[in-house]
Design a binder for this molecule. Structure first.
Ligand code: TMP
Length: 218
């Protein structure tokens, strides 16, 4: 693989945890105040085909019809497109990438949420392998997870005016397992920070910037 010159920073967490706002604010700080060459991405998405897979995966029309395995492979398919067409070239150009979700979402949502970690033929090792294959060996330099309780998450989702997507509509037990999955990621993978998502947006922004500056020396 060509030398990776850029940096990949992930913003992760349960629904409505504030990760997208934090990603946007951190991007704007490093791009417009500190003058770095930065881009914003999201997963699934950003690449055209990956956006198409996203629409399929999140469409409420398929509620109750998508097998956990189908979900796993579609997210990995979307990831292969995204990694090859977006991450690889942008990292080679030396960009700092602020990415809304990446493969830790698969561990939390499909591994824990859909319980594929407990399936004999799958398990977390296989999910790690699939993540590695789909991302073409690209690994994040830093990951920040915004942790939130189910109660707080549903309060925030109720305030949103748009219709909920297929995964957001899942029941409480599913979202509780996803949260547990993120805490597992925080304890088992390198360069992962878990922040208290109930803090104010301003406080979380300051913590986020401080972690990025210290960890990446930028
Ligand atoms: P969001 O980017 O607006 O949060 O929506 C993406 C949804 O897809 C969210 O419910 C999390 C889910 N997801 C997975 O289940 N597995 C994955 O690997 C990824 C990247 C996302």
């Amino acid at each position: 693989m060509p030398e990776k010159k850029g940096k990949l920073i992930l913003f992760e967490g349960v629904e409505a945890c504030g990760k997208s706002t934090q990603r946007n604010w951190a991007h704007d700080y490093f791009a417009f105040i500190k003058g770095y060459d930065c881009i914003k991405t999201r997963e699934p998405g950003t690449d055209e085909v990956s956006e198409g897979i996203r629409n399929l995966l999140l469409n409420p029309k398929y509620q109750g019809k998508v097998l956990p395995e189908t979900e796993l492979f579609l997210f990995e398919g979307s990831r292969a497109q995204f990694s090859n067409n977006i991450l690889k070239p942008e990292l080679e150009k030396g960009k700092i990438i602020f990415c809304d979700r990446f493969f830790y979402s698969t561990i939390a949502y499909q591994g824990f949420g859909r319980k594929l970690k407990d399936k004999k033929m799958i398990g977390l090792d296989t999910i790690d392998d699939l993540n590695h294959i789909a991302s073409q060996g690209i690994t994040p330099d830093l990951t920040i997870i915004y942790d939130l309780s189910f109660e707080e998450m549903s309060k925030r989702m109720k305030k949103q005016e748009r219709k909920l997507d297929r995964i957001e509509r899942e029941k409480m037990e599913f979202h509780e397992r996803v949260k547990e999955g993120y805490l597992f990621v925080g304890n088992h993978y390198p360069n992962v920070y878990v922040l208290d998502g109930t803090k104010s947006l301003g406080e979380l922004h300051e913590e986020t910037i401080q972690i990025i500056e210290e960890e990446l020396g930028i």
